[in-house]
Design a protein around this ligand. Structure first.
Ligand code: G1P
Length: 311
């Protein structure tokens, strides 16, 4: 059996949900407290045993390349000033086996992944989307690799979402469970209307795929939204070789829209050694202020406050 060594991270999206911040800047560089979201993804890959990573970029994405490069001037400056803790942070993102390719036209996720064909060759590989940050005892990408080691087949991470949100995701039509947490799948459907969704199990941006996906992507016609959809190609792959769905039970932080991004920033801030104490105090004050203003405590703020007090 081939070892899973390669990861593909599509990062060519236009980031329109974050305009104007993303007019001239890659959305993947927006930081959660002090770390760009794409760095979380790269760390998940490395913590899962991945050796080579291809990032698929587009216009305005040069800062991603620079972020993962060395910066001798900055490093020298930090060394001179004795700021060794900061130097360590800066050096963490260099020396990785990262490769870049550009997707010249935004024709959809399936088309973006097709740009990885030469890099991947004839090996199983993972695709990791940047809109979801995952936190679990075993990194989700590692769980998928372990799924491949058991089944020798593609497997895709899924998670239950509220029924009214199915049109934001690829949704699976699950069959009987094949193994603990692994479903056989009848069908993969991209962004179905809730009235037509075959289940509430949504694809959450981590895929382990066999290389046969590429010959399918080469012929894939545009689907939902007029784009070449990875989900459609996976549905075709599932007709000739099994594609399992792995139900993820860890934490998922959606950083693909403004509210999710803000919530994630607060959650991470509450564990960040430099800001957690001030942030807790601030939230408690804010909760009191809101209570005074609205008369009743907002439910979300109230439960966050309880969490903080319990600690
Ligand atoms: C993409 C996929 C979709 C998946 C989602 C997960 O959609 O096409 O199947 O459920 O990522 O985040 P996008 O969010 O790029 O529209």
């Amino acid at each position: 059996m081939q070892k899973v060594r390669k990861a593909v991270i599509p990062a060519a999206g236009l980031g329109t949900r974050f305009l104007p911040a993303t007019k001239a800047m890659a959305k993947e560089m927006l930081p959660i407290v002090d770390k760009p979201t794409i760095q979380f993804i790269v760390e998940e890959a490395i913590n899962s045993g991945i050796e080579d990573i291809l990032i698929i970029t587009g216009k305005s994405k040069r800062p991603i390349e620079d972020h993962f490069d060395s910066n001798p001037e900055l490093e020298e400056n930090l060394k001179e000033k004795g700021k060794l803790d900061l130097l360590e942070l800066v050096e963490e993102t260099t020396g990785l086996n990262l490769f870049f390719v550009r997707q010249s036209y935004p024709k959809g996720l399936g088309h973006a992944v097709l740009q990885a064909k030469a890099f991947v060759g004839n090996e199983p590989f993972v695709v990791m989307l940047g809109d979801d940050l995952m936190k679990d005892e075993v990194p989700l990408t590692k769980q998928l690799i372990e799924g491949y080691e058991k089944t020798h087949a593609s497997n895709i991470a899924v998670m239950r979402v509220p029924h009214e949100e199915t049109s934001r995701y690829g949704i699976i039509d699950p069959e009987a469970k094949a193994d603990e947490g692994l479903y056989n799948v009848r069908k993969f459907v991209e962004k179905p209307d809730p009235s037509e969704a075959p289940s509430d199990l949504a694809i959450i941006g981590r895929y382990l795929l066999t290389p046969e996906i590429f010959s399918i992507l080469e012929k894939q016609e545009p689907g939902a939204g007029g784009e070449v959809q990875l989900t459609d190609a996976i549905d075709t792959l599932n007709k000739t070789q099994r594609v399992f769905a792995l139900e993820y039970t860890g934490e998922r932080y959606d950083v693909g829209d403004k509210f999710g991004f803000l919530k994630t920033s607060i959650e991470y801030g509450l564990t960040h050694p430099q800001v957690k104490d001030d942030l807790k105090e601030f939230i408690l004050e804010l909760a009191d202020e809101l209570e005074e203003k609205d008369g009743a405590k907002n439910e979300a703020v109230g439960s966050l406050e309880e969490e903080i007090i319990e600690e």
